[in-house]
Design a protein. Structure first.
Length: 340
């Protein structure tokens, strides 16, 4: 089969489409014929040699995929059959013609949704759902500050905050991105390049600040984050785009607000032993998302949830897709179309 591949860490020019061995499904696994995958910051870091896949995971890029069931491994429950349209959260391997997936990490593709649209859901939406509900325990009426609001996770988080009847506030780097977040449901948005977002957040919340911060930026934002975090607020860090160093009295400031810091990385969750009674973390996450969120992508809900696709690249143009993400201009997801 063909897959996204790089022989050594480095820039996008090291990427190519290469013929590799097709995987075979193991115990409890489903073989998926991939129609589309999507690009994530983790793919860029892995390509640079800074974010290796978890132990036992495929070293092929791609943390999500959409396609159809092509085969069943031994011990599968019978929930899925060949030909079913599915999407999946992956630790790697999604940017290839085939990938094997534990059956508990598969989700049905919502009715009338294309593979391209579905590929934009698993990583971004499950990350946002996990941060808001499993980690942040978001409550109705709370105010949530979402950094990188026009990213895949950001656009998903805006809609999920609205679904939880809470109030999404975002930061972004251009007026175009702020307009896109407003169209997705953001109650307010601030350009971090030209204004102090913490002052604007305090002004918008009449001095009370936000209850939750979803932060993929890290070090350079710490003072402004604490400045606009409410008493007893939750600051959730899931990325370090600006690095992890903090210079200053972080702990005293945090303590004075009785605030808490949570950190989360979804990819590195261990594949611990699971059973019907004690499913592993990712299986619980996928099940909760499937039951509580997926129905809202279909008709009948107002407004329906929707994945935002910025652009689509064929697998042989994987290097161009990486360059596009590194330019940081995308609004929503960059999707990779896999050849038949």
């Amino acid at each position: 089969m063909f897959a996204a591949y790089f022989d050594c860490p480095g820039g996008p020019e090291n990427l190519c489409m290469k013929e590799v061995m097709k995987p075979d499904p193991g115990e409890g696994e489903i073989l998926v014929k991939v129609s589309a995958s999507a690009l994530n910051r983790a793919d860029l870091l892995q390509r640079r040699g800074k974010y290796p896949p978890p132990k036992g995971a495929s070293d092929i890029l791609g943390l999500e995929a959409a396609g159809s069931v092509a085969g069943l491994g031994p011990g599968c429950s019978g929930r899925w059959k060949v030909g079913d349209a599915v999407m999946a959260l992956l630790p790697g391997g999604g940017q290839a013609q085939y990938v094997t997936v534990p059956e508990g990490l598969l989700m049905p593709i919502p009715k009338d949704m294309t593979f391209i649209q579905a590929a934009a859901i698993p990583e971004a939406w499950l990350t946002a759902f996990q941060l808001l509900h499993f980690v942040g325990k978001v409550q109705e009426g709370e105010r949530v500050l979402i950094h990188a609001g026009a990213s895949g996770v950001g656009m998903a988080a805006i809609q999920l905050v609205r679904l939880a009847k809470a109030i999404p506030i975002v930061t972004a780097g251009t007026q175009e991105k702020l307009e896109a977040t407003a169209n997705a449901g953001a109650a307010a948005g601030f350009n971090y390049k030209i204004e102090d977002f913490s002052e604007k957040v305090l002004e918008f919340t009449q001095g009370s600040g936000v209850d939750i911060i979803l932060d993929c930026v890290g070090g350079s934002y710490w003072e402004k984050n604490l400045n606009c975090l409410s008493t007893d607020g939750r600051w959730i860090i899931y990325g370090l785009l600006s690095g992890g160093e903090v210079h200053g009295d972080l702990l005293a400031r945090l303590l004075s607000k009785r605030a808490s810091i949570h950190t989360s990385l979804l990819r590195s969750r261990d594949k611990e032993a699971s059973s019907v009674f004690f499913p592993q973390y990712k299986e619980r996450l996928v099940r909760a998302f499937t039951e509580e969120v997926l129905p809202h992508f279909s008709g009948g809900t107002s407004p329906p949830l929707q994945p935002f696709v910025d652009s689509v690249y064929p697998l042989h143009a994987i290097a161009e897709a990486h360059r596009a993400m590194e330019e940081n201009k995308n609004i929503g997801k960059i999707v990779i179309e896999i050849p038949v």
